[in-house]
Design a protein around this ligand. Structure first.
Ligand code: HPA
Ligand code: ZN
Length: 334
């Protein structure tokens, strides 16, 4: 049997929280070696909790999982495990998020986190051929001052960090709350992204565009509520990093059959497919394509467009984007 198209094509992933790739098996292993007692009897016990009604229910479990990560090696192992999955899915470039405040607030040194991530990603580049970018996200449920407090650490590692993002609980924490820190980060030359319109309204996407001046929107599903907003996103050629299995698990969509990705493509939006928190949402990147294809019958043309977009929307330099696009074409599929 020939491989499905989404499997055989090289791809980029642009929306994946490294802490959300923490598989229960590795979580238990790291907890044991760090002498930490997880509040779950078994892996099955933990997996039984992966039944979320909204973003917050997921985040509560996600931060609990994060709390076992302590040493540089823990962060290395977490990242390496993701890279092996990425390689199996034929990902050739990945831009990963991490949540520095979720670690420094527990007394873990910023350098411990970034050095573990970076060392694994560098090994992934040389041994697996996967290039990468690292995006440091501010936790939006915390005050803007907390973002300012961690920012000097991010700047200190500017050689390793390409961009700034905004994640965690969206409702009640609009992008405007972070306008000053994003303006500073823009001045300092960071790429900017923000989660917007996952649970929050279209207005949060407007704010991310107009007040934060983001280079990409993470999720952005709710843009379809506002025709003027869609027009603006298309005119600016802003990319959306959409996450189908996440949308299903967090009840952003009731059924993948209602997933808006086709509508987004038809409206001319530069949409990409991503796995978000694959250990929690039921699959890595190819599983997102597979389930979408089953649910809505993605055509070859649609798959090629989504994968093409994953490169053009990346933060790779233009010459490398072109190299990837040429490679896509020469794989005989474009
Ligand atoms: N949404 C918002 N914040 C997050 C997510 C998400 O899916 N995963 C980790 N932090
Ligand atoms: Zn996300």
């Amino acid at each position: 049997m020939t491989k499905p198209l989404y499997q055989s094509l090289p791809k980029a992933e642009l929306h994946m929280h490294i802490e959300g790739s923490f598989e229960p098996e590795l979580m238990f292993e790291i907890a044991a070696r760090n002498g930490i007692n997880l509040p779950y009897k078994s892996i099955t016990d933990l997996k039984n909790l992966y039944d979320f009604n909204n973003l917050q229910e997921f985040l509560d479990i996600y931060y609990q999982g994060v709390s076992v990560l302590q040493t540089e090696q823990d962060f290395y192992d977490l990242t390496w495990a993701y890279l092996l999955r990425a390689q199996a899915d034929h990902i050739v470039h990945t831009e990963i998020f991490f949540d520095p405040q979720s670690h420094t607030d527990r007394g873990i040194d910023f350098d411990t986190v970034i050095n573990g991530l970076y060392r694994a990603l560098m090994d992934g580049e040389s041994q697996l051929g996967i290039s990468f970018g690292i995006i440091a996200c501010f936790l939006r449920h915390l005050p803007e001052q907390a973002a300012f407090d961690i920012y000097p650490d991010i700047v200190r590692h500017k050689d390793k960090i390409i961009g700034i993002g905004l994640d965690s609980s969206e409702l009640g924490h609009p992008p405007e709350k972070y306008q000053r820190i994003f303006a500073q980060a823009k001045k300092d030359g960071f790429k900017l992204v923000a989660h917007a319109g996952e649970e929050g309204p279209a207005d949060y996407i407007w704010q991310a565009i107009n007040l934060l001046e983001v280079d990409r929107i993470d999720h952005g599903n709710r843009c379809l509520d506002d025709a003027e907003l869609v027009k603006t996103i298309v005119a600016k050629n802003l990319a959306l990093t959409v996450c189908p299995l996440s949308n299903l698990k967090l009840k952003v969509v009731a059924d993948l059959k209602n997933h808006p990705v086709r509508t987004m493509l038809q409206q001319g939006i530069r949409v990409t497919i991503n796995s978000d928190d694959p250990a929690y949402f039921g699959g890595y990147l190819n599983e997102n394509f597979a389930r979408l294809q089953t649910a809505i019958g993605l055509s070859d043309e649609e798959i090629k467009q989504l994968i093409h977009n994953s490169f053009t929307a990346s933060f790779l330099p233009p010459d490398l984007i072109q190299k990837h696009l040429t490679r896509l074409q020469s794989s005989g599929h474009n």
